[in-house]
Each structure stands twice: as C-alpha cells, then as structure tokens.
Write a protein that binds this ligand. Structure first.
Ligand code: ACO
Length: 325
C-alpha cells in the first residue's frame, strides 16, 4: 500500500544552554546599575545564560541538534535540510547552518541555510522547513534557533542588557503520513524597523554605524502584545480549531507580562503556557525551541497534544504555528 507522506511532524526536540545561570544579582555584582527587583517586576526574568567568549552560535546549535537527533532516534546522515534561525551568526558567511552541517559530519548533504527574522526566526524556519517537506523535496530537517545575543548587547545600556541571554533549541521535522503541523502564518512590517534594531554593518574593513541592540521598549511592548494575540487567532482560524483545543501555548520568551497578556486575550489559563523567561531571559530565535524542549523533557507536553507556538521580533516580523506533537 502506498503511503501519502505529505505531512510534517516534529520527531524530536533538543536544546543547549551555555554555562551556569547568571542571576540578576550577578549582573549587579558585575557593575550594572540595576536590581533583581526592577528586572523581575518588569520582565519576570531572574537569570540568563551567557556564552563564554569564543563560544559561537554554531557551538550551541550543534549541541541542541545532537539532542534533537537522539530524541528522534535519527543519525546526522538522515538529515537532508538544515535551517538555522539566528541574528548572531558565527560569520557574515558561510551560514551557521553550513557550519552545523559540517560539525555534524554530514558530507555532501542537502540544503543548509540561515534565516534572519530575529525573535520570530524559529517560527519562520519551521514554516519554511514544513514547505520543503510537504513538496516532497526533503524528508527530514533540522530546524534550529541559536543565538549569542550577549555579543550584540551594550553592557552600558541597562535598559537592554538585562533582558537577553544565549542558547539554542532544535527540532527534527520529518515527513509523515498524518498531520503534525496543522497551520502556520508569517508576517512582517518593515516600517517598524527603528524600534528594535542593531543599526550597524561592516564596510571597508570597519564596523560602521552602531553594532549594539537598540530598542524602544515601550513601543516594542505595545506592538508585541497586539500582534501576538492577532496571529494566534489567525493560525487557529487557518487550522479550523478553537483555543479550547490547544493544550499548550509556547510563546516567544521576551517578557512575562507580554506572555500573560497574550494568554489572557486568547482565554488560555497560565497553566497551559510554557514560560521559561525567568530562567532563560530573551534568547531571541532560540527562545521557542528552548522552551518547547524543556516542556517536552519535563513531561509537560505529551505525545498527541496540540501546541501553539508564536513569536515576534525585530523587522518587525511575527508569526505562529500550530502542531500536534
Ligand atoms: N534597572 C533599573 N532601572 C532601569 C533599568 C534597569 N535595568 N533599565 C531602565 N531603568 C530605569 C530607566 O532609566 C528609567 O528611569 P527614569 O524614570 O529615572 O528615567 C526607568 O527605569 C523606567 O524606564 P523605562 O524604559 O520607561 O521602563 P519600562 O517600564 O518601559 O520597562 C522594559 C522597560 C522592561 C524594557 C519594558 O519596556 C519592556 O518590557 N518592553 C518590552 C520589550 C521587550 O520585551 N523586548 C525584548 C526584545 S523584543 C522581542 O523579543 C519581541
């Protein structure tokens, strides 16, 4: 009997966090004029992980990918597509995905490329990988979010440096004969690029412009709350399901107040929301797969349960995906 393998399912998850947690008090001890009380009250963040100098996004991505492969029961050579979502790649080129492919020992493999959609990068990458699989072009993808945001933070800007962390998360997405991903939607509106950006570049052998993350926090807050609830509704409509059928919301982990506000607008109780922002801070493209992997390994998300992931990031970009795990 022929099997119609037109669907894409998540077969395994993995993640990696560098080093020991750095608490808010540790930041104070390092000379940043802030407090645990200020940071926690406004963001819900208690700690983050920061990569040692010399540790790159590909280092974190490889560790997360190896875990995801093991969870899926697959070997590196089973992978024919690698997409890494990152805004902090190892190099201008080659892509971080190419470096991950080499480090995994995959020679002469399928496509490997990076996606740059900042904190929505993982949702973008998942959406793209699903399309490659559903056309039949590829059978099994590694979809990775990996960031070393600590490298683009201005540690003299207490309004931003306390918010972010480093890490990586990964999933193996593979062809299947029953639906895994039910629907996904992506959006962008570049007219908001100025409220969250790193407005620098390399030219003539020098960094020109500003190489650090700059943000209008209140404008970002308002925008994020608005589009996250809209896009969650949109993806559920696209899949033809209601919020009542969603077992877990795994949102981008930027700020607990944004997460709570989105859950409230969707009518989802917080015990259906995976929130790791207290321990990870905002790890940008890594935040959703990191939280997803944590929820899977801790036994919160069970096979067969319905999961909604959603993100918003610089660009601005935003999107959501709904899948049965
Ligand atoms: N510690 C102590 N005080 C601080 C700190 C700090 N780390 N940072 C700023 N302050 C001070 C400011 O100097 C200011 O002092 P002043 O009143 O004497 O001038 C005061 O705190 C208030 O500053 P605001 O920037 O107005 O603080 P706000 O209440 O807006 O909170 C925050 C800032 C937490 C960034 C908030 O706007 C926010 O959460 N925005 C969402 C942004 C976000 O989550 N971005 C993540 C990236 S985007 C994404 O992932 C989609």
């Amino acid at each position: 009997m022929s099997v119609n393998r037109v669907h894409a399912r998540i077969a395994g998850t993995g993640s990696y966090l560098p080093g020991e947690p750095i608490t808010n008090d540790d930041l104070v001890a390092r000379g940043i004029k802030t407090s645990d009380e200020w940071i926690f009250a406004r963001t819900g963040i208690r700690a983050r992980h920061l990569a040692e100098s010399g540790v790159s996004a590909s280092d974190l991505a490889v560790r997360a990918a190896q875990q995801a492969l093991a969870a899926a029961g697959r070997a590196p050579d089973d992978i024919d597509l690698i997409i890494v979502a990152t805004s902090t790649p190892d190099y201008i080129f080659p892509s971080t995905a190419s470096l991950v492919q080499a480090r995994l020992g995959i020679g002469n493999g399928g496509a490997a490329f990076d996606v740059q959609a900042v904190c929505c990068g993982f949702v973008y990458a998942l959406n793209i990988a699903e399309k490659f699989i559903r056309t039949g072009a590829n059978q099994r993808a590694l979809v990775i979010g990996a960031e070393v945001f600590s490298r683009i933070l201005d540690w003299n800007d207490r309004g931003t440096c306390v918010l972010f962390g480093d890490g990586a998360g990964a999933v193996v997405l593979e062809a299947a004969d029953r639906p895994g991903l039910l629907a996904s939607v992506l959006h962008a509106d570049g007219s908001h690029h100025g409220i969250l950006c790193v407005p620098g570049q390399i030219a003539g052998g020098r960094v020109t412009g500003d190489p650090f993350l700059r943000m209008d926090g209140q404008a970002v807050f308002r925008f994020a709350v608005k589009v996250l609830s809209e896009v969650a509704g949109e993806v559920m409509t696209a899949a033809g399901v209601s919020a009542a059928s969603v077992d877990w919301l795994v949102p981008h982990q930027a700020n607990i107040r944004i997460i709570q506000s989105t859950a409230k607008k969707l009518g989802l109780a917080m015990d259906k929301v995976v929130a790791m922002v207290d321990r990870h801070g905002n790890t940008s493209a890594a935040s959703i797969p990191l939280a997803l992997d944590h929820a899977v390994r801790s036994g919160q998300i069970q096979p067969g349960q319905r999961v909604l992931v959603e993100g918003v990031g610089g660009g601005f970009t935003w999107g959501a995906a709904l899948f049965d795990f």
